[in-house]
Design a protein around this ligand. Structure first.
Ligand code: C5P
Length: 236
């Protein structure tokens, strides 16, 4: 499958059309952004690592019965995916307090959240992805209540599967973001799952091994991504 046109250039990925109107190519770039795209840096190998990481995770989820957008990995930095009608709302699950939750509520970083929290954010860089809730989704028509309920159920299921997977690799899945879309009217998991969109801490040392290394200027960004991939058994 060949790329035809650039459909959309995101902060870390570019989406291309193909000769099949139902299929797209996701190209994972080396760009890493923070502050809604105000700060961007390139990291060698990041596109390749995230593409392979995403393929590994999406395959695990698919084996567990979750419908995903992924069709196949077609090169080191590209994957073929189903074209979804994307829901403009991000779903976040939090097992431990970190990031915006700590800033918003002033709770201590790392405290366990039981049951895990489910947050919704509108995808809008200009507005800095404001937090929204179920009734906003209905009122503004971003996603209907039935599909939103499915997104929530799937998010919690992903949390169960991946918390266990990361636990076996000596990592705590602190939180993560998912995006969904519709394919033939059905809710399907889209976008990517990589250390760019989740928080992973070493279970012993609580060392951060995700994009917070970039956000917080901790250094060793790619080294951490590679270490996580290696622990999971992702072939790079
Ligand atoms: O910033 P916040 O603490 O709300 O992020 C929660 C989780 O969602 C983190 O794992 C973060 O990496 C992810 N996230 C993301 N894309 C965004 C916002 C958050 O991947 N636009």
């Amino acid at each position: 499958m060949k790329k035809i046109n650039e459909l959309y250039r995101g902060k870390a990925k570019t989406v291309h059309t193909t000769e099949d109107p139902n299929l797209l190519i996701l190209e994972f770039r080396n760009d890493t952004s923070a502050l809604d795209g105000e700060r961007i840096e390139q990291f060698d190998r990041k596109g390749m690592i995230n593409n392979k990481f995403n393929h590994f995770i999406m395959t695990k989820l698919s084996e567990a019965g979750i419908k995903t957008q992924l069709v196949s990995m077609i090169s080191d930095t590209e994957s073929l995916v189903k074209k979804l009608d994307m829901v403009p709302v991000e779903c976040v699950i939090r097992n431990r307090a970190a990031g915006s939750l700590v800033r918003r509520l002033g709770v201590e970083e790392g405290i366990a959240l039981s049951p895990p929290l489910f947050d919704l954010f509108l995808k809008n860089d200009a507005l800095h992805d404001p937090m929204v809730n179920e009734s906003y989704c209905e009122t503004f028509g971003w996603v209907n209540q039935e599909n939103l309920a499915q997104m929530k159920t799937i998010s919690y299921k992903v949390n169960e599967i991946l918390s266990e997977l990361f636990k076996q690799a000596g990592l705590i899945l602190v939180d993560f973001k998912l995006e969904f879309g519709l394919f033939d009217g059905e809710v399907v998991l889209g976008d990517e799952f990589s250390p760019d969109g989740c928080r992973l801490w070493d279970v012993e040392t609580l060392e951060k091994m995700d994009k917070d290394r970039f956000r917080q200027h901790l250094g060793g960004v790619i080294e951490a991504y590679e270490a996580v991939a290696k622990r999971l058994g992702v072939e790079l």
